[in-house]
Design a protein around this ligand. Structure first.
Ligand code: ADP
Length: 328
C-alpha cells in the first residue's frame, strides 16, 4: 500500500466510526419544517403543494388509521405518466386519482412498489446508510412512536445528500485524507452512459430513466459535450395543471421551466479527488457530479449513492479481518 492508499483508508475508517457513533436524529437541524400530505389528497393537488413549497418529496399520512403511508417522490409521478401513456383515453380519471391510489397505479403499469423502509431516529446513522444502499432508496423516513398514544410519528426524512453533507461538515479531518483521484477509485459509472439530446422529448427521457432505473440523464451535444442534465424531479413542473400532452415537448423546453433558484449542475474531472467532492457537497446542494474531460465532453457520472457506497464499503473486508485479528 502506498502512503496515499493508507491515508485514504484511514479517512474512510474515520468516517465510518463517525457514522456509528452518531444517530439519524443528529443529522436534523435544530428547527425545521416538514410537509406531510394526507393520503386522500388528489395527486393533481399534491403537485402544486410540492412546487409551492420548493420540495420534491413528502411523507404520506393515512388519517383514517393514523399511520404513515409511505413517501411521495418523483417516481410516483413518473408512474402516473406511464399509466397515462398506457391508457391515454383515461386522462379524466388520471385527473381524479388520489395519493392513496398510487399503489393501484403501480399494479396497473406492472411495477413493483418501492420498499418503504424506515428507521428509528435514535438508531446509529450507519444503519440508515446501510439500509439506503440495500434498498436503493434515495430517502428514508425517520419514524418514531408516540409514548402516550402508541402511534407512529413521522419525524423527518433523511436523504443521501443530507447524510453526505453531515459527513462533510463534521469530518474535515477525515475527508482531507481522501486524496486519490476518482479515476482510481472505481466510484461512479463510466463509458456506457444513458444520454439524450435537447431535441429528445420529455417522454423519451422518462422512458430512459424507467428502463435503466436511474434518476438523471445527461443532455449532450452530438459531439459528446455536456449541456445539461434532466433529473427525475424535472418531471414535476412538466405535469403541473394536468398538462400531460406537454410531455411530448422537448427537453430544451422542459428545462426552461426550472425554478429561478435552480442551483445548476456540478461537474468534476477524473483527476479530482474525493476530498474536493466533499468540499463541493459541503458548500452546495449537489445531487450528482457529472465527470467531464477538459473539452467538457461527458466521461462519467458519480451519483450520491456511488459516493455513499464507496465511503461505506471500500476496503471494508480488510477492515473486518483487521477487527477480528484485534479481537483475537
Ligand atoms: P441515486 O441512486 O444516487 O439517485 P442514480 O439513480 O442517478 O443515483 O444512479 C444509480 C446508478 O446508476 C449509479 O451507480 C450511477 O452511477 C448510475 N447512473 C446514473 N446515471 C446514469 C446514466 N445516465 N447512465 C448510466 N448510468 C447511470
Amino acid at each position: 500500500l502506498t502512503v496515499l492508499d493508507k491515508e485514504q483508508l484511514q479517512g474512510l475508517r474515520g468516517i465510518r466510526e463517525f457514522l456509528k457513533v452518531r444517530t439519524s436524529y443528529d443529522v436534523l437541524p435544530l428547527s425545521f419544517r416538514l410537509v406531510v400530505l394526507d393520503n386522500d389528497l388528489l395527486i393533481r393537488k399534491s403537485l402544486n403543494i410540492l412546487i409551492q413549497n420548493s420540495i420534491v418529496s413528502a411523507p404520506l399520512w393515512d388519517s383514517r388509521n393514523s399511520t404513515f403511508a409511505g413517501l411521495l417522490t418523483s417516481t410516483d409521478y413518473i408512474n402516473v405518466i406511464q399509466y397515462y401513456c398506457l391508457y391515454p383515453d383515461e386522462i379524466n380519471q388520471v385527473d381524479r386519482f388520489r395519493l392513496c391510489q398510487l399503489r393501484d397505479i403501480e399494479k396497473a403499469i406492472g411495477v413493483l412498489p418501492l420498499e418503504t423502509s424506515s428507521v428509528h431516529p435514535m438508531r446509529p446513522l450507519y444503519e440508515a446508510c446501510r439500509q439506503m444502499l440495500k434498498t436503493r432508496a434515495r430517502r428514508i423516513p425517520l419514524i418514531d412512536c408516540d409514548h402516550e398514544t402508541g402511534r407512529q410519528m413521522v419525524l423527518s426524512v433523511l436523504t443521501q445528500y443530507r447524510i453526505l453533507k453531515f459527513i462533510a461538515v463534521n469530518n474535515e479531518q477525515h475527508t482531507m485524507l481522501l486524496k486519490k483521484p476518482v479515476r482510481e477509485l472505481g466510484m461512479g459509472t463510466y463509458g456506457a452512459l444513458a444520454t439524450a439530446t435537447m431535441a429528445s422529448t420529455v417522454l423519451d427521457v422518462i422512458h430512459i430513466m424507467v428502463s435503466q432505473n436511474i434518476s438523471a440523464v445527461p443532455i449532450v451535444e452530438t459531439d459528446g459535450r455536456l449541456l445539461n442534465v434532466f433529473e427525475a424531479v424535472d418531471v414535476i413542473p412538466c405535469i403541473q395543471d394536468g398538462a400531460y400532452d406537454e410531455l411530448s415537448s422537448t427537453v430544451g423546453e422542459a428545462l426552461s421551466k426550472r425554478a429561478d433558484d435552480f442551483p445548476g449542475i456540478y461537474t468534476c474531472t477524473e483527476e479530482d479527488r474525493l476530498d474536493s467532492i466533499f468540499d463541493t457537497i459541503r458548500k452546495a446542494r449537489v445531487h450528482r457530479l457529472i465527470v467531464t474531460d477538459d473539452e467538457s465532453r461527458l466521461k462519467g457520472i458519480i451519483s450520491l449513492s456511488d459516493v455513499l457506497k464507496y465511503v461505506l464499503e471500500y476496503g471494508e473486508e480488510e477492515d473486518m479481518i483487521r477487527d477480528e485479528n484485534i479481537q483475537e
